[in-house]
Design a protein around this ligand. Structure first.
Ligand code: 0X9
Ligand code: CA
Ligand code: ZN
Length: 448
């Protein structure tokens, strides 16, 4: 059962060697010239993490042991992984006896003058939306489609940016008794493509209402929630110098530590920190935070989800949380390798798998239980299912491997967002009775 199919590996030796060769002189320059200091810092900040190919780990157990070093696993292959790790974490991975090979860093952008902050993504990435650009785009859509789309500020991030929930439905201002479906994006700062995914859905579902029969029917019979940016502080921080920082966490300081940030996708209040699927060290990529739901962004979205309990019933029936990358459709649980057990019956598991495999057939991703990758505790999908009984999936978007990792060029945005159109429509269509996917609608979805 733990047999895995994995995309083939590839090599990037030359670029890795080149980036190593470049690092030293630039860092040296920074010492004596204040005017070049920021640009140099951006090009070769010794604190910035890098990606490494790690040869050796071949099982979920070995990968789970690997993330205990504090590194984050980005790609899973048959006998290797790609991780994002800072210097100390890389050293620890090496001490586990694995061979590491540094991969090229994200492309360097134009130099930045000292103290200034970049207002946009760098060249080749300008079609990605900054927080301000996304807000403007969303406000434009709300103004254009007031009967279909409404915007709510459901709270603020640590640094005070608005966290939005967009509702899409016919008669959008009324809370009708219709199945609700939630789409969330951008828990992880460097996964910018997921914000584009959310914006694509907002645009597609509004623009095609009235002309596309399937979308019209769905907006007439569902209430769709989109939280396009769960981690606006992290996203802005990732692009702020003009050099992508490969940042993952939020930007909340940690008491008693100089290390910043909590991994939002280890902070949700279900089996939090239970199972070696997160870290207790604030310097680690998968730091779970000092307490469950300690991150304001997680609190805001948790509270929002709780607010969708009406008459004692959670209205949200299904959900997708968008991440990058690896092209996967994942379902709970992540905290255990067991397919069934407390909180997951055989029928529930089979329903998750049936819907997940069908969605994956439509977008060409690989479907699997999330713990097949490595153990995670405190992830949003485990919470949505374990605590709220929402059929919650995690999509890991483009690329499968190579293809720019966390930073694919903006030219891929149209293809890689529309690629998930069919899967999203399927999930919306199934939301009135997910158990139809295993033919058990009579048993589970009889109208009361
Ligand atoms: O580690 C994560 O949070 C996700 N991978 S990412 O590269 N985007 O960071 C995978 C989560 C898998 N576990 C669950 N979905 N529970
Ligand atoms: Ca409703
Ligand atoms: Zn992620």
């Amino acid at each position: 059962m733990r047999l895995r199919r994995i995309p083939g590996g590839r090599t990037t030796v030359l670029a890795a060697v080149l980036s190593l060769a470049l690092a030293a002189p630039i860092a040296a320059q920074a010492q004596d010239s204040p005017t070049t200091a920021v640009a140099a810092h951006a090009a070769a900040d010794p604190e910035l993490p890098h990606q490494y190919e790690v040869t050796g780990p071949a099982t979920s157990a070995e990968r789970t042991a690997l993330v205990a070093t504090g590194a984050a696993v980005d790609e899973v292959h048959a006998r290797s992984v790609v991780v994002t790790a800072d210097r100390a974490q890389a050293a620890q991975v090496r001490r586990l006896g694995y061979r590491l090979r540094k991969l090229p860093d994200p492309p360097a952008a134009r130099p930045v003058s000292p103290g200034s902050r970049v207002k946009d993504f760098p060249a080749g990435y300008t079609k990605y939306h900054t927080y301000a650009e996304a807000t403007k785009e969303i406000d434009g859509l709300v103004a254009k489609y007031p009967a279909l789309l409404s915007k709510q500020v459901i709270g603020t991030s640590h640094e005070g940016r608005d966290i939005l929930a967009l509702k899409l439905s016919k008669n959008v201002t009324k809370d009708e008794d219709e199945p609700e479906v939630l789409f969330t994006a951008h828990q992880h700062a460097r996964e910018h493509l997921t914000v584009e995914m959310a914006l694509y859905l907002l645009d597609e579902l509004t623009a095609k209402y009235g002309s596309d029969a399937r979308i019209t029917k769905l907006l007439d019979s569902r209430e769709i929630w989109i939280v396009p940016d769960l981690n606006p502080d992290g996203g802005e921080y990732d692009i702020a110098t003009g050099q992508f920082r490969s940042w993952r966490k939020n930007r909340q300081p940690n008491a008693g530590s100089s290390e910043v940030g909590t991994d939002l996708n280890r902070n949700w209040d279900f089996k939090w920190g239970c199972c070696d699927g997160s870290s207790g060290d604030p310097g680690d990529e998968t730091y779970r935070g000092p307490a469950a739901a300690s991150a304001p962004e997680v609190q805001v979205v948790s509270k929002f989800v709780h607010s969708r309990v009406v008459g004692g019933k959670q209205q949200i029936k299904a959900a997708v949380d968008f991440h990058t990358y690896s092209e996967l459709v994942l379902w709970p649980f992540g905290f255990t390798h067991d397919e069934t057990g407390p909180g997951m019956t055989q029928d529930e598991h089979d329903t998750f798998a049936a819907i997940g495999k069908k969605m994956a057939a439509s977008n060409g991703y690989t479907p699997e239980q999330s713990s097949e990758l490595y153990i995670t505790d405190g992830a949003i999908d485990d919470w949505l299912w374990g605590d709220q009984k929402v059929f919650a999936y995690t999509f890991e978007m483009y690329p499968s491997s190579g293809g720019g990792g966390f930073y694919p060029k903006d030219s891929v945005i149209p293809k890689e967002t529309s690629r998930n159109r069919e899967a999203v429509l399927q999930l919306l269509e199934t939301a009135d009775c997910p158990y139809r996917a295993i033919g058990k609608q009579e048993q589970y979805c009889k109208q009361g």
